[in-house]
Design a protein around this ligand. Sequence first.
Ligand SMILES: CC(=O)CC(=O)C(=O)O
Ligand SMILES: [Mg+2]
Length: 223
Amino acid sequence: MAGSKPLSRFWEWGRNIVCVGRNYAEHAKEMGSALPAEPLFFLKPSSAYVREGSPIVRPYYCRNLHHEVELGVLIGRRAQAVPQERAMEHVAGYALCLDMTARDTQEQCKQKGLPWTLAKGFGSSCPVSDFVPKEKIPDPHKLQIWLKVNGKLRQEGDTSSMIFSIPYLISYISHIFTLEEGDLILTGSPKGVGSVEANDEIEAGIRDVLSMRFKVLRPKYTF
Ligand SMILES: CC(=O)CC(=O)C(=O)O
Ligand SMILES: [Mg+2]
């Protein structure tokens, strides 16, 4: 598809995956969550990455695996306490990402006041598309992202609806920890998140830019 190229060396470095939550009002509403006054974020390990051709593997403790389609922002230059006005200078490009979520586990974690690592950080919880250099996307806040399961549209969102903009997120996060070259920020999911089952096919895209496909697998566990 137009505007994409194979992943650059950035990904191979296995940098941090920083995920923003509740960044779209309608998604916060469908989850029964209040709108955040400040960005909510969490981390996935770099081993959560999965590329097209490899499956999304449902973790053994999960009974309700959800898709969340999100725009990813790839950091191209170290960002430490950067002001919003200079934040975009630190962006190398974009990717489409899935924030795969063990929703039942997340609910249990919320009830117990535990971190979301089990729910969000399992292996293959971060499927990613090809990397798109920032020159190919003049305005990342004017993109339509979508997701289908077995050909049926489930999610459609416009990045103009983000509560916190990309420069705000980069500035905010970079005042808490340094963002390194190769780090990826997942900017939150629009509404329409839902369950996937073994053998389902997820197709997702950024309209007029790229699309990607992943199969869901539920392996037989032997323990
Ligand atoms: C409720 C969530 O899982 C938060 C999240 O990841 C989001 O994208 O919003
Ligand atoms: Mg998410």
